[in-house]
Design a binder for this molecule. Structure first.
Ligand code: TTP
Ligand code: MG
Length: 373
C-alpha cells in the first residue's frame, strides 16, 4: 500500500477484521420468479401495471432482463412501460419478502453471531470469529452464497473486506451473483478508481459540489488535505478523508442492539408545494432530535418515509458518515433524500423522519480518537 508522504498523525487503518456484505440480486423480482417459474428469463417489473393505476405507480425493482431496457427502482411505472412494453408487471408482496428476509437471516446465523441487517435484502456479517473456524472470509462468503441458493433458490452478491465501507462497495462491484474480495493491499487502488458518487454519504448535491472542485473520483479526493475537506464539507469532509484512505472503524452492530427514533406527520390536506415539505422536514427533524437528546443516543442512518396521495408509501434510507446529533444535520440528510426520491407532483399525504441504528452517546465518547474533537 502506497500512502505517499506520511505525516506523523496520519490515521491508521485497522485491517484486523473480516467483514462480508451480502446483497440479494433483484430481490423482490427474484422472489416472484421463484414463486412463478414461468417468469424465468423475462423482464419482470415489480409495480402495479400503469394501466391499473392511471400511470401513478412506481417501480420497486426489476429483474436484470428488464434493466437492460433502462428500467430501475424508483422509476415511474409509466416510464418503465414506455421503455419496456413487453415487461411483466407484478405487484409487490411485502409480507412474503419479509418472510424470505428472515429465512436469509437464519442462514447467516450458521456462520456468525455478529450480523447487522441493513435492509430487507442486505446485511453485514463480521466473520473475524466464525462458527466454521475458517480463516478465509472469501471461502465463507462463497459457502453462504451456495447455502442461500440451495435452500432458497435465490442468488446474492457478496463483498469481502476488512471494513464495512469497502465490503459494501465490493458486493456491488460484480452484480449479480458476484463475489468480490478487496484485500488490504488492493484497497487503495480500488478506492482511487471509485467515482465520487459511490462514497458513503455523498448525495446528488455533494456530487455537484465535488465536480465543481474537480473531484471526480477517489484519486482526486485523496489529493485533498484533511484541512481542506473539513473546510469544504465539515464533518463529512473528515469522514471522506478517512474513507478514501480505506479507514472505517464502524462496528457490525447486531439487530437486537439497534434502536430507532422517528416522528411522522399525516396531513389533513396534502402538501403540494416544495416549501411546505421542506418546512415539515425541518420540524420533524427538530422533534426527532429533541426525543433523541432525552434518550442520550445518536445514530447515522436516516429513513425518510413519504406517502403520496394515491397511498403509495416509500421509505428511503441514507447513512451519514458521522453520528447525527444536531437538528440541522438530520434535516440536511432528510432533505437530501427528499431531493433524490421525492416527487412533488404526486401530492404528499404523510412525511416521516427516523434516525436508526442508535447507539448510546457514552459508547462513542469512549471510542473517540484523540484528534477528533
Ligand atoms: P436493492 O438491493 O437496492 O435492489 P435489488 O435487490 O432489487 O437489486 P440489486 O441486484 O441491484 O441489489 O433493494 C432491495 C429491495 O428493496 C428491492 O428488491 C426492492 C426494494 N426497493 C424499493 O422498494 N424501493 C427502492 O427504491 C429500492 C432501491 C429498493
Ligand atoms: Mg439487492
Amino acid at each position: 500500500m502506497q500512502y505517499g508522504l506520511l505525516t506523523f498523525n496520519e490515521p491508521k487503518r485497522d485491517v484486523s477484521r473480516k467483514i462480508i456484505h451480502i446483497d440479494m440480486d433483484a430481490f423482490y423480482a427474484s422472489v416472484e420468479i421463484r414463486e412463478n417459474p414461468s417468469l424465468q428469463g423475462k423482464p419482470v417489473i415489480i409495480a402495479r401495471h400503469p394501466k391499473d393505476t392511471y400511470g401513478r405507480g412506481v417501480v420497486t425493482t426489476a429483474s436484470y432482463e428488464a434493466r437492460k431496457y433502462g428500467v430501475h427502482s424508483a422509476m415511474p411505472a409509466q416510464k418503465a412501460y414506455e421503455l419496456c412494453p413487453q415487461g411483466i408487471f407484478v405487484p409487490g408482496r411485502h409480507e412474503l419478502y419479509r418472510q424470505v428476509s428472515e429465512e436469509i437471516y437464519a442462514i447467516f446465523k450458521h456462520y456468525t453471531n455478529l450480523i447487522q441487517k441493513v435492509s430487507v435484502d442486505e446485511a453485514f456479517l463480521d466473520v473475524t470469529e466464525n462458527h466454521l473456524g475458517l480463516r478465509s472470509a472469501t471461502l465463507l462468503a462463497q459457502k453462504i452464497q451456495h447455502h442461500i441458493y440451495e435452500k432458497l433458490e435465490l442468488t446474492c452478491s457478496a463483498g469481502v473486506s476488512y471494513n464495512k465501507f469497502i465490503a459494501k462497495l465490493a458486493s456491488d462491484y460484480q452484480k449479480p451473483k458476484g463475489l468480490t474480495t478487496i484485500e488490504p493491499s488492493m484497497a487503495q487502488d480500488f478506492l482511487w478508481q471509485l467515482p465520487i458518487k459511490d462514497f458513503y454519504g455523498v448525495g446528488k448535491k455533494t456530487v455537484e459540489r465535488m465536480h465543481e472542485l474537480d473531484i471526480y473520483d477517489g484519486k482526486d479526493l485523496y489529493q485533498r488535505s484533511e484541512y481542506d475537506l473539513v473546510q469544504l464539507f465539515g464533518k463529512m469532509g473528515r469522514s471522506l478523508y478517512r474513507k478514501v484512505r480505506g479507514i472505517d472503524d464502524s462496528p457490525v452492530i447486531n439487530e437486537r442492539d439497534r434502536k430507532s427514533c422517528g416522528k411522522e406527520h399525516t396531513f389533513g390536506r396534502s402538501l403540494t408545494r416544495e416549501e411546505q415539505v421542506i418546512q415539515e422536514l425541518r420540524q420533524l427533524s427538530k422533534s426527532v432530535i429533541q426525543a433523541l437528546k432525552k434518550h442520550q443516543s445518536h445514530g447515522k442512518t436516516v429513513v425518510l418515509k413519504i406517502r403520496y396521495n394515491d397511498f403509495e408509501t416509500i421509505t428511503k434510507r441514507k447513512t451519514f458518515p458521522n453520528y447525527i446529533k444536531e437538528e440541522e444535520e438530520l434535516f440536511r440528510v432528510a432533505q437530501d433524500i427528499w431531493e433524490d426520491v421525492g416527487n412533488m407532483e404526486r401530492g404528499i399525504r404523510l412525511l416521516g423522519v427516523t434516525l436508526t441504528g442508535l447507539d448510546p452517546i457514552l459508547y462513542e465518547n469512549l471510542k473517540l480518537p484523540l484528534w477528533e474533537t
